[in-house]
Design a binder for this molecule. Sequence first.
Ligand code: PLP
Length: 358
Amino acid sequence: MNKLSIQTTENPRPKPQPGAPLGFGTIFSDHMMIMEYDKGIGWHDARIVPFGNISMSPASTCLHYAQETFEGLKAYRAQDGRILLFRPEENFKRLNLSNERICIPTLDVDFCVESLMELVKLEKDWVPAEDGSSLYIRPFVIGNESRLGVKDADNYMYMVLLSPSGAYYPEGLKPVKIYVEEQFVRAVRGGVGFAKTGGNYACSMLAQHTAHEKGYSQVLWLDGVEKKYIGEVGAMNIFFVIDGEVLTPELDGSILAGITRKSIIELLRAKGYQVTERKISIQEVAAAADSGKLQEVFGSGTAAVISPVGELKWEDKVMVINNNEIGPVARYAYDTLTGIQWGRIPGPEGWVREVCRI
Ligand SMILES: Cc1ncc(COP(=O)(O)O)c(C=O)c1O
């Protein structure tokens, strides 16, 4: 079993002032975690160290062949001072699925959770207290062998960074406008769409730019073969409410198995909603919009939790959903999930882990 050593910084940096805008992913806490892997030895030298730059060979595998995987989760500060994690083991199980696909050695899920709890405990004062803010957690793994041959690396680094982040919707939940991408595709069945690996995001940026230029905030991807079936949004899974039924695309290997998606499905089913995971064509959604049966559309992901969609543009068609307002299903999912994550309401057994108290 790996041991975790801790070296604390001698130069702690000032924490952001209460109320200061945090944005997303640009401020880092005082410490980070590193662990290394060498072929023949396995994962070793797990350590928490002061946050800082790392040195690597310019021939490092990750820089040339994108051998890297990552995760994203959050630590939340409850009003009573508890610091909470939401289903962290799900993120590390998914990291291992991504690793297997990208030929990266898997990690011990329990060790990842336990060492993350140590890191967050050490950095508890970096968990912001403002409504909707959180400490974003970024675990990632890179192939780090100095060799230009196309081959999976013999050496890897696992790291965890912590970044205090502001509320996704500081002015309250606001429906977003989404553009259905017609030219480019993000993933194909048999590819790496289900893996959280950098290349999936690099290949999505061009379409994202076009969507922004046209006044849309995100791209909705269709399947890579027929450009017919709905996949997911940039960093969110997607749900539709059509004629009272909640629909979301099935996990066919080309979309990420979102932990928010899974949690929402469980919460909505427990509340009595009919939730179906299946193929959904964009034509079906357009027809439902025409017949007045498209009641709600919303995205789900760790960053925003729930993102109501107010407008969907596909080819020349503009679908305005629920009068550009959040609907009851999205509202219930958002209130329940955020209530559980920020410790305001109890969640199902095992969903929330208490790291420590402030
Ligand atoms: C491509 C993609 N789909 C879906 C999601 C939502 O996943 P989760 O709910 O686990 O954050 C994310 C965010 O991680 C993502 O990057």
